[in-house]
Design a protein. Structure first.
Length: 180
C-alpha cells in the first residue's frame, strides 16, 4: 500500500483549471557527472615520506614508489585507469623505458578540489655490482595522467638502480592503476 505522501506526490493536481503533474524527487534531473581530470587540472609528484620511500638499497625483493596527483582546479573531476610512465635513464645506454601495466583493475576516482590520489610503481632494484648493461639508473619520470597526452616531468629522488627489463613480457618493474 502506498503511503499518503507518495500518493500525493504522484497524483495529478488541478490548479486554477490547469492540470499539473508533480514529479517525485527520484525522477528529478540528476546532477551532471564530473568529467575527467586533465593534466592542466592536476599537480603531480613523488610521495617522499618515510613510509612511501622505495627501499632502493635492498636487492632481495621488489619495492614500491608512489606518484600522486592533486586536483588543483576549481571543479570536481575524475581519474580512472593507468597513468603513462616513461623512465628516462641517467646512463647513456639507458634510453627511455615505458613501464608495463599490472593486471589490477582500475577504479573511477572522483576528485574534489584539493583531493589527492596516488598510484604505485613496483620496482625491482639491483645491486651496484650488477653489470652495467643489466641495470637501469632512473633520472626522470615522464608521467601522463590517464586518458591525457600532456605529461609531468618528475626528477627521480631516491637513487638506486633497477634491473633492466624494458623488453620483458612480465617485467619486475611495472605500474598499477590510479588509486591502487
Amino acid at each position: 500500500m502506498k503511503s499518503k505522501l507518495t500518493a500525493v506526490a504522484l497524483a495529478t493536481v488541478v490548479v486554477a483549471g490547469a492540470a499539473v503533474t508533480a514529479t517525485p524527487a527520484s525522477a528529478a534531473p540528476a546532477k551532471a557527472e564530473p568529467t575527467r581530470c586533465h593534466t592542466s587540472d592536476l599537480k603531480a609528484g613523488f610521495a617522499t615520506g618515510e613510509d612511501a620511500r622505495p627501499e632502493m638499497e635492498q636487492t632481495e625483493k621488489q619495492t614500491q614508489a608512489y606518484i600522486w596527483f592533486t586536483n588543483q582546479s576549481k571543479r570536481t573531476c575524475t581519474l580512472s585507469g593507468f597513468a603513462g610512465v616513461d623512465m628516462i635513464g641517467a646512463q647513456g645506454t639507458d634510453g627511455t623505458w615505458s613501464l608495463a601495466r599490472s593486471s589490477k583493475k582500475p577504479e573511477k576516482m572522483i576528485m574534489e578540489q584539493g583531493d589527492t590520489v596516488d598510484f604505485s610503481i613496483t620496482l625491482l632494484p639491483v645491486a651496484r655490482s650488477t653489470p652495467q648493461k643489466e641495470k637501469f639508473v632512473p633520472a626522470k619520470f615522464l608521467v601522463t595522467p590517464p586518458n591525457e597526452t600532456a605529461h609531468f616531468t618528475l626528477k627521480w629522488p631516491f637513487g638506486g638502480q633497477i634491473l633492466k627489463q624494458d623488453g620483458a613480457t612480465h617485467p619486475g618493474t611495472y605500474l598499477n592503476p590510479v588509486g591502487r
